[in-house]
Design a protein around this ligand. Structure first.
Ligand SMILES: C[S@@+](CC[C@H](N)C(=O)[O-])C[C@H]1O[C@@H](n2cnc3c(N)ncnc32)[C@H](O)[C@@H]1O
Length: 198
């Protein structure tokens, strides 16, 4: 289920968010994801936001499918990069054996906890065998809104690792960090790079 209040915040703050996240060169986490893919691989950028990651992936020869629930994020992405971003929610993901990689960078943290396993299974099914999955999430416990109204589901490192493994992925790498996001609140986060194995 999509949280309308969360999407309204992104619709309202698209310029501010884009300024916060936009870079010219891929960081180590995105580069590691790209390096694990075939040269012209096909990538779903799930909850793409302004699609800055998709633009950098495209620059390195990957084919990208950027999707986001926020109409304004999609419009901003297409205006900035002419990249065929499309409006879709996590619930719309029904492709089978389609993508070489799924990049879910700090987007599934807005999925309600009761839907998380279902979305991970949909990503697993949408990937080709041995496909690559990146997920970035904030660390913590429980569900709550931040100071600007976005709904978050927080997981511990152990919980998130267990969810990813239980879905049928083999963990390849993990990274950890802590930094302020759109709300200015400082939050610890982790990313997991994994491979579809069964
Ligand atoms: C923190 S931003 C991350 C954006 C981008 N992945 C990045 O790394 O900059 C979270 C994004 O998830 C999107 N989102 C939230 N709930 C969603 C849903 N149910 N379906 C699709 N996208 C969603 C938001 O609109 C927002 O663009």
């Amino acid at each position: 289920m999509t949280d309308d209040e969360t999407i309204a915040v992104y619709n309202d703050q698209v310029e501010k968010y884009a300024t916060l996240v936009t870079t010219d060169k891929p960081g180590a986490i995105l580069q590691g994801f790209m390096d694990a893919l075939p040269k012209d691989g096909y990538v779903l950028d799930l909850g793409c936001g302004p699609a800055n990651s998709s633009a950098m992936m495209r620059e390195q020869g990957l084919r990208v499918d950027p999707v986001d629930a926020s109409q304004e994020m999609v419009a901003h992405a297409n205006k900035t990069y002419d990249i065929n971003a499309r409006q879709a929610t996590f619930d719309d993901l029904q492709e089978l054996n389609t993508y070489d990689g799924v990049w879910a960078n700090f987007s599934l943290l807005h999925a309600p906890m009761e839907d998380f396993s279902k979305y991970l299974k949909a990503i697993h099914s949408a990937l080709v065998p041995n496909g690559i999955f990146h997920i970035g999430m904030k660390l913590g416990e429980g569900m709550m809104r931040d100071s600007i109204g976005r709904m978050y589901s927080y997981y511990t490192e152990e919980d998130l690792t267990q969810h990813v493994k239980a879905t049928g992925f083999t963990i390849l790498d993990k990274t950890f960090g802590e930094e302020p996001g759109l709300s200015g609140e400082i939050a610890p986060w982790m990313t997991i790079l994994s491979r579809r194995t069964d």
